[in-house]
Design a protein around this ligand. Structure first.
Ligand code: BES
Ligand code: MN
Length: 456
């Protein structure tokens, strides 16, 4: 094993150059103008996987292609443990571009940070796993298990193609466990295993008013203003205590156990630090819950985008013809996504005034994920985290979503080890996203240890 760690140490400079190549692809899955860039990124990944000794192929889908790469399988018929390493090469839209200190797809290294869209979410995290396996293969060190990497291009838009792919290729992908580094940890001194993620439903609502934008002086007052109607509608979904008022929204939500509350209270990022990190005048959240609880284990209703009327320079006096909101709700264990979608959309329709016409477009959806962190694989992962980061790891719940994790369980029967190596100030989904090089290096070592610990 020493050779593996020596190899990792020796080639960090080259790894960084390769990582920059990976980051240069503007693989924005939400924007169709980037379809070719996603394909090019997937092709680059396949070539890279082959170069490090994996058997890799592009697997086309109806949407963006999936990259599947396998460690060479031995000749012996004896059954070896098999782990699937999942990641995604697609990234979130980089907008607003003017807030980036340097362009999002021109990686920039400053001290121990590398800035680029996709650096922490998720290219850096999955690349760390690839570099670990490269170290095994290039030093001729025996891997104690078979590995299959599945790196997809639609995670940031709901993983629909991968969902079909899993069902069609389940025999090939059946495994003992799935390993994913696509979450976070509180600090370099607090490596973490995440045992729960929130689920999600996404949809878009549009209110249609007059047939075209109107002169607000000539007609304003006699027609409904769709922007105001939308603001009025959306203002009714939450009360002043931060509780969602939509009937049925909380159906099934389990109350916190004492254990859960104690765990959340031990989370090392305090409210004051969170406020400083995020910069609002004041924190806000559902009364009766701490910030850690609110952002990891309570459901939410969020407006992700709100558009209507004139957005350009100066003023323009119109009654807009329409208003639109992009909305997602985060879900927690035991909430059913389709049920929540039904009650939320039903409620919005019910309170919609007759002066506008409501159109709702359904988006993706996924259940929350929760696996009690007690199994022997979790223990093995905790040992690998401790050895690689040099600190006692913590167990945590996270508020983000990885839509495919529940399907790994349903289709492949496999639990997932969520071993994220992102930091709270990485700016995932925000301008100036970055990844810490200490996380990158320790992440490679964590991956190298993991295969030993999982098979010990
Ligand atoms: N890496 C995130 C998920 C994440 C981040 C989990 C931090 C826990 C902590 C992932 O790439 C992501 O952003 N997923 C989307 C999924 C959605 C678009 C279906 C999300 O959570 O918004
Ligand atoms: Mn993401």
């Amino acid at each position: 094993m020493q050779q593996v760690f020596d190899y990792l140490k020796q080639y960090q400079k080259r790894f960084l150059a390769e990582f920059c190549d990976y980051l240069r692809f503007p693989s924005v899955s939400a924007q169709s103008k980037h379809d070719k860039d996603l394909l090019a990124c997937a092709e680059w990944l396949v070539a890279h996987c082959r170069q490090i000794g994996l058997n890799a192929a592009i697997r086309p889908t109806k949407g963006h292609p999936i990259v599947v790469a396998k460690t060479p399988r031995g000749k012996s018929k004896a059954k070896r443990p098999h782990f699937l390493v999942y990641g995604h090469y697609d990234v979130q839209p980089p907008e607003p571009l003017e807030l980036w200190k340097t362009p999002p797809f021109e990686p920039r290294i400053v001290g121990r940070e590398i800035f680029a869209r996709g650096s922490t979410d998720n290219k850096g995290q999955n690349f760390a796993h690839l570099k670990a396996v490269e170290a095994y293969l290039k030093t001729g060190t025996l891997l104690p298990c078979d590995l299959t990497f599945v790196i997809e291009g639609e995670e940031e838009v709901g993983s629909e193609s991968l969902s079909d792919f899993l069902i069609k290729n389940s025999r090939e992908l059946v495994c003992d466990a799935v390993v994913i580094s696509d979450t976070g940890m509180p600090s370099l001194k607090h490596p973490a295993l995440t045992y729960s993620l929130r689920g999600i439903i996404a949809f878009e609502i549009t209110l249609h008013g007059p047939a075209r934008d109107l002169h607000s002086g000539v007609f304003g007052g006699a027609v409904e203003n769709p922007a105001l109607a939308l603001a009025n509608l959306l203002s009714q979904v939450r009360d002043k205590n931060g509780r969602i008022t939509i009937p049925g929204f909380y159906d099934g939500v389990a109350p916190f156990s004492k254990f859960e509350r104690e765990q959340a209270a031990r989370f090392p990022l305090k409210d004051s630090e969170l406020k400083k990190l995020l910069g609002p005048p004041q924190l806000f959240g559902e009364r009766g819950f701490t910030a850690t609880e609110q952002r990891s284990a309570r459901p939410t209703f969020e407006i992700n985008g709100l558009t209507s009327g004139y957005q350009g320079e100066g003023s323009k006096t119109i009654v807009p013809s329409w208003a639109r909101a992009k909305i997602t709700c985060r879900l927690v264990p035991n909430q059913n996504p389709e049920h929540v979608r039904k009650v939320v959309c039903g409620y919005l329709k019910k309170i919609c005034p007759p002066t506008v016409r409501m159109e709702i477009n359904a988006g993706h959806g996924a259940e929350a994920y929760f696996v009690p962190p007690t199994g022997k694989e979790v223990q093995a992962a905790l040992r690998a985290l401790k050895k690689s980061f040099g600190h006692e790891p913590i167990l945590m719940r996270e508020g983000g979503s990885i839509p495919i994790v529940n399907e790994f369980k349903k289709v492949l029967g496999a639990d997932t080890l969520l071993l994220g190596i992102g930091l709270p100030d990485d700016n995932a989904h925000s301008p100036n996203e970055k990844f810490n090089l200490g996380c990158f290096e320790n992440g490679q070592r964590m991956s190298a240890y993991l295969w030993q610990e999982l098979t010990a």
